[in-house]
Ligand binder design. Sequence first.
Ligand SMILES: [Zn+2]
Length: 277
Amino acid sequence: MIASTWPTKPLGTIPDPPRAIVWHHDASPPGPSPGALSWITSSYAGQKPSAQFWVDTQGTWWLIGQGKAWHAGTVGPPYKGVADSANSVGIETDHTVGEPWPPVMLDSLRRGTAALLKAWGHGPDRLFFHKQIGYPYGRKVDPAGLDLEPERQRVGELMRGGAPAPKPTAPAPKPLGGKPSPAQVAFPLGPDGKLYFGPRGGRGAVSGFEGTNLMATDLAPRVRGWIAQIQRAVGVTADGLYGDRTKAAVAAWQRKQGLDPDGLVGWRSWEKLGGKK
Ligand SMILES: [Zn+2]
């Protein structure tokens, strides 16, 4: 079905063929939520399409817009140039956390994905999940209730149902290095050490001040809560803004704990502080 907003001209371009497909869920209430389609298409009219496709609970594919859609947001470094919004196609689904996937919907999603990847000359390894690539890692949970590898396998089986699947056209993105520890995974800014809590100015510093790291993302309301946890633990005013006073108090606390007293909070300090996501 073609949504009423389907444009005559794309709002931006992505490669032809696109380099990847990313599955999402729209977090609409359980059951059929046609209202979600109007939300996604009105975002198109607002020049910020959220996806190129929307698949409903009956398995019907709705075409929302051509060209670029702002579906992926910030992606982890290994996925840039492949699964980011500038290079990939986003498929939104009428689904939310805890909702069962109707078999007809899942079957349609897999078949459509297989057909597109095959037409584009890619392997099933070019299917990605938003919860896998969203950065900082752990920022996204969609599509909930599905695991990537089994879905890639099923899509691959469907692709092999016809002619043999062609080889990927470019090297697939490198997987992340070694498995992160539980303490790294529990750190709210991601397990890879690229972001840390600290005063503004540092390259990966998350300070809670406007215009700094993460304050333009959907994590913004939570950033100051995390910083307030740190401030309470080290005994300074819990205003959610990481400035020089917080840095000095953190450094003093780190010295007592036998940690590197750099005054910055990464996953090691976060674990010792007993911080919660
Ligand atoms: Zn998403």
